[in-house]
Design a binder for this molecule. Structure first.
Ligand SMILES: Nc1ncnc2c1ncn2[C@@H]1O[C@H](COP(=O)(O)OP(=O)(O)OP(=O)(O)O)[C@@H](O)[C@H]1O
Length: 404
């Protein structure tokens, strides 16, 4: 664990970049430092690998003061990724990734084998190995940067605005890749961004800082959204907090019904059996159970056994039950022409449908459950007085990340 104890950084010109920052960065998870330009994020990150020396306080890595170990050994235990990747322009992609293992004395073939494996891990095609950085897109260069930082398998990864220079679609792809890599490797990642949406999407814990290098709130993203510490955080988070928070609630608890579902080859009798006064529309599936569209029951029987697929209303985007969040389910329902959302399994087969009312019920119970959980965690972490000054992550109760 990285523990920052009342850390202050004053630059020689007198600028106080970080002010008595206390933070416990939990192992094996992503902690995001976020805040407006100039609030001290980069300075904080660089104090961890001693690219910037702190002025007061101390930083402990697994209980040991980082100033008590040789700076080279410290930096080797921490991969470092920056904006625009910072690749060596005169080296091939493979050699860029193999840089640290080579510095550590690995022989050439072992280092290259490691680099080749890492290219695959970060989603880079092997055919790019012999190219030079200028022959890659910005997104590909960032992937190389991540692979290079992972090359010596350091337990800690420090990432400074790594995805800021690429367009929003590529950026989302890189975030997804990082989450996938993190799920596989379980590194301790400290990630700097000024983008609160990025922080919410990838962070297990988020530290919000404000100008003057002050920590304002340290919390998991759903807690930040539900209980911002003050008006500054509320403003920084922007609109739609309630809706965005629904991304942290799984759709697994939603009540589904299969009552209004019929297959395309259903007989008139089967359609009639499914039809009740409560159900103005039926969802039609193909014979494999995949959704085709909504139809009024009478439209299904009008053709005397053959359904006109072109006349079906769109079923919209279905959501994957249990994997996607309540936010996804709500979005599907709101966009559905019938107001009902279609739930599918991983193979895309319909497992049921759910109404906006059922989703509203699920949202209410999810809020109540999370409230009870938070209260229980608060009671646990409150513990005996004087249990430490550093802002710390709750020990338990982090909900599984819904597919964000
Ligand atoms: N070498 C330096 N000498 C003097 N002041 C510095 C130095 N480096 C940074 N600062 C100042 O320290 C403060 C914090 O800078 P820092 O780069 O840590 O902020 P940041 O939150 O990462 O900003 P950004 O999002 O714009 O990158 C700023 O006021 C900055 O001008």
């Amino acid at each position: 664990m990285i523990r920052m104890e009342s850390v202050t950084k004053r630059y020689p010109d007198g600028t106080k970049a970080v002010d008595r920052l206390s933070l416990e960065i939990p192992d094996g998870s992503i902690t995001v430092l976020v805040g407006p330009s100039g609030c001290g994020k980069t300075t904080t990150l660089r104090m961890i690998n001693r690219m910037v020396e702190l002025s007061e306080g101390r930083i402990l890595l697994d209980g040991a003061d980082i100033r008590d170990q040789p700076v080279n050994a410290l930096r080797r235990s921490m991969g470092y990724v920056i904006q625009n990747a910072g690749l060596f322009q005169h080296r091939t992609i493979l050699d860029n990734i193999a840089t640290v293992p080579r510095m550590l004395g690995w022989d050439r073939s072992r280092a290259r084998k490691r680099a080749t494996d890492l290219m695959e891990r970060v989603g880079l095609d092997a055919s790019l190995a012999s190219r030079y950085p200028y022959q890659l897109s910005g997104g590909q260069q960032q992937r190389v940067g991540v692979a290079r930082a992972l090359a010596a398998d350091p337990p800690v990864l420090l990432m400074d605005e790594p995805f800021s220079a690429v367009d929003p679609i590529v950026r989302k792809g890189l975030q997804t890749e990082l989450l996938r890599i993190q799920a596989e490797l379980g590194k301790t990642i400290v990630f700097v961004t000024h983008d609160i949406d990025e922080a919410i999407r990838i962070g297990d814990m988020i530290a919000v800082m404000r100008t003057g290098g002050e920590l304002v709130q340290f919390a998991p993203p759903d807690e930040l959204l539900s209980a911002p510490a003050d008006a500054f955080i509320e403003d920084f988070l922007g609109n739609d907090r309630g809706i965005r928070r629904l991304s942290f609630f799984t759709s697994a608890g939603l009540e589904l019904t299969t009552a209004p579902i019929v297959a395309i080859d259903a007989t008139a009798k089967q359609v009639a059996e499914r039809t009740t006064p409560d159900i103005p529309y039926l969802l039609v599936t193909d014979t494999d159970g995949k959704p085709l569209g909504w139809a009024e029951p009478k439209a299904l029987t009008a053709g005397g056994g053959s359904v006109d697929r072109g006349a079906l209303l769109s079923h919209g985007r279905p959501f994957e039950f249990g994997k996607e969040s309540l936010r996804d389910a709500l979005d599907c329902a709101v966009l559905s022409p019938t107001g009902w959302a279609v739930a599918v399994d991983a193979a895309g087969r319909v497992v049921g449908v759910t109404s906006q009312e059922s989703i509203a019920d699920a949202i209410r119970s999810a809020h109540a459950e999370r409230g009870a959980q938070t209260a229980a965690n608060d009671a646990k972490t409150a513990g005996p007085a004087g249990s430490g000054a550093a802002a710390s992550a709750p020990g338990t109760g982090r909900t599984a990340r819904a597919a964000r």
